[in-house]
Design a protein around this ligand. Structure first.
Ligand code: FAD
Length: 302
């Protein structure tokens, strides 16, 4: 029934039982029951409206760099966002929500536009960055975002400013209300400086990351930093650097990064998550909270 409705509504861009591992930063994840790919903000808006009309729950997937998808996959519809148009206008940049924040940041740096240097090495889309208020090196998405164009289930299309988005540390209204609104695009206001300056700042950040973080397939920071602490330091103090489950490993370089050396399963990463939470609680009395999101059918395979 739902299958027939979806096939009729999206005759062109709908795949069934589509493997998600190729769309996630960890290269892990089972199939989406339905995978709908959109290529513009207009298509994304139309898809969200139609899915809400059909009363069909769906989740957005940008670059999959902040999610761990269950081995059993995701029931229902996943919308893969490939809306990537970007426009620079003097000190402003407008981008569709599927555009890469890292490549926008690097283009801004080359123009001497300051404000997004922190993002040059952050994977992910503009949509994902707005949802999670991505940030690094003291900067974050909220600091330069003028507004997001969203489609909200209750009220339709609107511009949401920073206050309406209710940003916090790696969070926003959108993150706290999954499935209720979709980011179509974002507009950022940057400040003009000397390209040599923005380039030097970016290079410092790139060097720092190279020295402190592992390369390879991971989801970035697994846990939020507890107030006044670093999750990585607590996991290291619990003796877990280099701990492995199959091909999944707590990085010996930075213990808040869990790396897939090739062929790791979501369950193996999940086992390391549970181990880190248990050992850190025993050793330091701190309850580590996930920064990443677990997506999909976890009850059955966690
Ligand atoms: C190696 C590595 C390093 C990282 N370093 C950092 C860092 O320094 N700082 C940092 O903050 N993060 C970091 N991350 C995490 C990640 O890059 C960010 O969280 C990023 O913003 C996620 O974007 P995404 O497109 O991959 O989102 P996804 O992982 O695809 O999605 C994340 C959430 O946002 C929702 N979503 C995505 N797009 C939309 C949309 N258009 N509308 C509504 N909801 C949407 C999804 O449904 C999901 O709930 C790192 C990740 C990796 C792998």
């Amino acid at each position: 029934m739902v299958r027939d409705q979806l096939r009729r509504a999206f005759p062109e861009n709908l795949q069934e039982n589509a493997q998600l591992a190729q769309y996630t930063a960890t290269r892990i994840g089972g199939p989406a029951e339905f995978l709908l790919t959109v290529h513009s903000a207009g298509e994304l808006e139309g898809a969200a409206e139609r899915l809400w009309e059909l009363d069909c729950e769906f989740r957005l997937l940008g670059s999959g760099s902040n999610v761990l998808v269950a081995d059993k996959g995701i029931s229902g519809v996943v919308v893969l966002n490939q809306a990537k148009e970007v426009k620079f206008e003097e000190q402003r940049v407008w981008a569709e929500s599927g555009a890469s924040i890292g490549s926008i940041a690097r283009r801004a740096v080359e123009k001497g536009l300051s404000g997004l240097e922190w993002a040059a090495t952050v994977p992910g889309t503009i949509g994902g960055a707005i949802v999670g208020n991505a940030g690094a090196h003291g900067g974050d998405t909220a600091s330069t975002l003028a507004h997001a164009e969203v489609i909200y289930r209750q009220e339709g299309r609107a511009r949401w400013d920073v206050e309406r988005l209710e940003f916090g540390y790696r969070t926003s209204w959108l993150k706290r209300n999954p499935g209720e609104a979709v980011v179509l695009a974002g507009r950022f206001v940057l400040s003009q400086t000397d390209p040599a300056e923005t380039r030097a700042t970016m290079e410092d950040y790139v060097d720092y990351r190279r020295q402190t973080q592992p390369t390879g397939a991971s989801i970035g920071s697994m846990f939020r930093n507890p107030p006044g602490e670093h999750a990585g330091r607590l996991i290291e103090a619990a003796g877990l650097k280099g701990e492995r489950r199959g091909e999944a490993e707590i990085s010996p370089k930075h213990a808040n990064f869990f790396v897939n050396h090739g062929g790791a399963s979501a369950s193996q990463v999940h086992a390391l998550i549970k181990l880190a939470q248990r050992r850190v609680a025993e050793k330091s009395g701190v309850a580590l909270e996930l920064e990443i999101e677990l997506l999909g059918d976890w009850e059955v395979n966690a």
